[in-house]
Design a protein around this ligand. Sequence first.
Ligand SMILES: NC(=O)C1=CN([C@@H]2O[C@H](COP(=O)(O)OP(=O)(O)OC[C@H]3O[C@@H](n4cnc5c(N)ncnc54)[C@H](OP(=O)(O)O)[C@@H]3O)[C@@H](O)[C@H]2O)C=CC1
Ligand SMILES: N[C@@H](CC(=O)OP(=O)(O)O)C(=O)O
Length: 340
Amino acid sequence: MTIKVAVVGATGNVGREMLSVLKERQFPADVVALASNRSIGVEVSFGDGVLKVHALEHYDFKGTDIVLMSAGGAISKEWAPKIAKDVPFVIDNSSTWRMDRDVPLIVPEVNAGVLDEGVKKGIIANPNCSTAQLVVALKPLHDEATIKRVVVSTYQSVSGAGKDAMDELFRQTRAVFVADPIEVENFTKQIAFNVIPHIDTFLDSGYTKEEWKMMVEVQKILDPDIQLTATCVRVPVFIGHSESVNVEFEKPITAARARAILREAPGCLVVDKHEDGGYVTPIECAGEDATYISRIRKDPTVEHGLSLWVVSDNLRKGAALNAVQIAECLLNRGLVSAED
Ligand SMILES: NC(=O)C1=CN([C@@H]2O[C@H](COP(=O)(O)OP(=O)(O)OC[C@H]3O[C@@H](n4cnc5c(N)ncnc54)[C@H](OP(=O)(O)O)[C@@H]3O)[C@@H](O)[C@H]2O)C=CC1
Ligand SMILES: N[C@@H](CC(=O)OP(=O)(O)O)C(=O)O
């Protein structure tokens, strides 16, 4: 049984990770790698072999079952509807389609059931990386004690800004050590040995778009009644987003009960020993699939409150893994038909 899958953006951080995840999870796919004209003929790893990259612009999608897109918002805006005319399902990683009423925004551990309501435009959206790991951790707690309000501060790695941004952190770090001039291209300020409280563009409200996305995406995926305020910060970490999360509930819930619930919850791994090193840091979650939850404790400043530390690999649960899990949901629901 083989599904025909095309990965658009296959030379990028997320696209390469999609290829790895498809292979690792033995997704029964015949896979094509696509990127810009600049990458025609470039080879990308696919398991023990390689795939030659083709140009999106010249590719004929007829016969393709699923397209995984991660080539940025502008490409998704132009190409996702065009591709959806020939392909039953486009799973898009950009922010372009997430808040469209006719586009399901899916984190399989949380709201896979939404897929049963149909996919009107043929496009399914993957959430923002910081949203994905947050809702995986919040969903089981919401089911238990109903979340009223969330205050989250993120510590987002440079891989969230693409492969050029990772190169910039490397170059700046080296430049600091050898006393070369620091060149800033992908960020607004030096990122090496610094933190920058600014991700995506500024809105009139004073929030950034990254912060706004977290608020509206959590409401769309989990519950429109949840109030959320975010501060999103870029940190000099290559892979792995971390989040400091304060949650206020309607009903009582103890830290011990939250720990027990999260231990059983899909996609979650609790590492929470109250001792030196008894928590997870981003460097330990790189290459892993789980959303790690540590530092679970009572917040005594509100009636029913907990504080948590949530860490995950942003390129995996925040992007590639979640997209492949959505494809698995389509397969498991019989929504894509495979050739024998
Ligand atoms: N990184 C993350 O944590 C997350 C990312 N996303 C989304 O995924 C997108 C990609 O992110 P990331 O992989 O980090 O970015 P990268 O910069 O690492 O990669 C960008 C990819 O897009 C391709 N591309 C650029 N222009 C075109 C074009 N005209 N036609 C076809 N392909 C093109 C590039 O191909 P080429 O090499 O040929 O230029 C490359 O494969 C983001 O813009 C965002 O929308 C979503 C959630 C999380
Ligand atoms: N903005 C995220 C990655 C990303 O591309 O997000 P979005 O798909 O929501 O634009 C980060 O920089 O870590």
